[in-house]
Design a protein around this ligand. Structure first.
Ligand code: HEM
Length: 379
C-alpha cells in the first residue's frame, strides 16, 4: 500500500456521485492514509465477528426458503430461474447478519428490498459495465454520462429508514466503539450490505451454482460424499475445516471467475513494476488497473491455468498465496493498513457452507447459468 493510493477509485477513474451514499464518501472509497478509513474498516471487521454466532443458522434457514421457492416453481414448470430467489435469500441473510435488521418486520422491504438494491447498484456501476451492446453504441448511450441519484432516491430512502429503525444495535456500536456519527454508520452499513455483500455474492454464487448444476464430470457425487461424511451432523463455521474438496472448489471458482475482476490504484511515487519477464516504469499519479482474471491464470504459477480443476487448491494449498480475488492474497489478513476485502474469510466459509448445505439437501441438481431444471431430494 506504500505504492498505491486507493482514494476514490473503486471502479476506476469514474466515481458515482456521493448522493448515492447520503453525501458521504463511504469507506471503500477511502485510502488508508485517510483517518476515517481505519474506523470504517474496523467497524466492518467487527460486524462480521459479532454476527458469527448467528451466521450459519441464518445462512441455512434463508437458503431453505430459497430452495423451497425454486422447488415450488419446478413443480409447475420445466425450469426455475434462480437469480431472484438467490437475491431474496441474500438480502434477508445480510440484513440480519450485517445490519442486525429483520426484513420481515417491514412488509415493503421484505418484498422488494432486493430489487431496490439492484436499481441502486445498477445506476452506480452502469457507466463502467460492459453489457455487450454493439460498439460504439454502448459507449455513446451507456458510458458517456453519470446517472442521476434522484431516479433511485425513493428506494434508497426506504432502505435507509429500515436500517435506521431495525439496525439500532449495530448503529449504536458504530457510534460508541468506532467514533462514527449515526449517518456515517447507516450509509456505510448500507454500502457494505448492498454493494459489497449483496452485489458480490449475487455474482459469485450464481457462478458457483451454474458450475455445479451444469457439471458432467461426476463432481456432484464427490461433493455430496464430502458434505455428508464430514463437518458434523449440524453445519457450523468449524465444519468447513473438514471439507477440503468443497473449499478447493470455492477457491477455484474465485480463481477462474473473480466476481470483482478489476482493481485500480494510483501510483504514489515513481517506481518500477516487474513481472516474471518484463519491467515497466510507472510515474507518480498514473492510474493502474489490475485484471485479476489474467493474473490468476499465470502459467508460471498455475498448472494448466485455463482448466477448471476443483481439487487444485486441496492438492497444493501453497497456491493460496496467488489467489487474489479479495484484493490481496488468500493467505493475507484484511486490516486497517490495507485495502483487502474485510469479508475475505467469511466469504469463502459462507460459500463452502452453501455447497455443503446444498448437498445435504439434494442428491443432485441440474441447471445452467440462470435456471435450475431438476433437483433430486436427498434419499
Ligand atoms: C463475494 C463477495 C465479495 C467479493 C467478491 C468482494 C470483493 C472485494 C474486493 C475485490 C475488494 C477491494 C476493492 C478495491 O478496493 O479495489 C473489497 C473490498 C471490501 N469488501 Fe468485499 N467482497 C465481497 C463481499 C464482502 C462482504 C460480505 C463484506 C462484509 C463486510 C465486504 C466488505 C468489504 C469492505 C469493507 C471492503 C473495503 C476494504 C477497505 O476499504 O479497506 N465484502 N471486496
Amino acid at each position: 500500500m506504500d505504492l498505491m493510493d486507493k482514494k476514490n477509485i473503486l471502479i476506476g477513474d469514474f466515481m458515482p456521485s456521493v448522493a448515492f451514499t447520503g453525501n458521504i464518501r463511504v469507506g471503500v472509497y477511502q485510502d488508508i492514509s485517510e483517518p476515517q478509513h481505519a474506523k470504517l474498516k474496523n467497524f466492518a471487521i467487527d460486524i462480521l465477528k459479532r454476527s458469527s454466532g448467528i451466521w450459519v443458522s441464518e445462512l441455512t434457514s434463508n437458503m431453505d426458503v430459497m430452495w423451497d421457492n425454486i422447488e415450488s416453481t419446478l413443480s409447475g414448470s420445466s425450469s426455475a430461474g434462480y437469480i431472484f430467489p438467490l437475491q431474496r435469500f441474500l438480502f434477508s441473510f445480510f440484513s440480519k447478519t450485517i445490519a442486525g435488521a429483520d426484513p420481515s418486520r417491514d412488509a415493503k422491504i421484505a418484498e422488494s428490498g432486493y430489487a431496490m438494491l439492484d436499481r441502486w447498484l445498477a445506476l452506480q456501476v452502469l457507466p463502467t459495465l460492459s453489457i455487450g451492446i454493439l460498439q460504439p453504441l454502448e459507449e455513446i448511450f451507456l458510458h458517456s454520462f453519470a446517472y442521476p441519484y434522484f431516479l433511485v432516491s425513493g428506494d434508497y430512502n426506504q432502505l435507509y429508514q429500515f436500517i435506521k429503525k431495525e439496525g439500532k444495535d449495530v448503529i449504536k456500536r458504530g457510534e460508541t466503539e468506532f467514533g462514527l456519527n449515526e449517518d456515517e454508520a447507516i450509509h456505510n452499513l448500507l454500502f457494505i450490505m448492498g454493494f459489497n455483500a449483496f452485489g458480490g455474492f449475487t455474482i459469485f454464487l450464481s457462478g458457483l451454482i451454474s458450475k455445479i448444476a451444469s457439471d458432467q464430470t461426476g463432481l456432484q457425487e464427490k461433493l455430496k460424499k464430502e458434505a455428508r461424511e464430514n463437518g458434523g451432523s449440524t453445519l457450523s463455521l468449524a465444519s468447513v475445516k473438514e471439507m477440503h474438496l468443497i473449499q478447493s472448489l470455492v477457491y477455484e471458482t474465485l480463481r477462474m471467475s473473480p466476481p470483482v475482476p478489476l482493481q485500480f490504484g494510483r501510483a504514489r511515487k515513481d517506481f518500477r513494476l516487474t513481472s516474471h519477464d518484463s519491467a515497466f516504469d510507472i510515474k507518480k499519479g498514473e492510474l493502474l488497473c489490475g485484471y485479476q482474471t489474467l493474473v490468476m491464470r499465470d502459467p508460471v504459477v498455475f498448472d494448466e491455468p485455463e482448466s477448471f480443476k476443483p481439487d487444485r487448491f486441496a492438492e497444493d494449498p501453497q497456491l493460496l498465496d496467488y489467489l487474489y480475488w479479495s484484493n490481496g492474497p488468500q493467505t493475507g489478513t484484511p486490516s486497517e493498513s490495507n485495502k483487502q476485502c474485510a469479508g475475505k474469510d467469511f466469504i469463502t466459509i459462507t460459500a463452502t457452507l452453501f455447497v455443503a448445505h446444498l448437498f445435504r439437501r439434494y442428491d443432485s441438481i441440474t441447471g445452467n447459468s440462470s435456471s435450475i431444471t431438476a433437483v433430486q431430494r436427498a434419499k
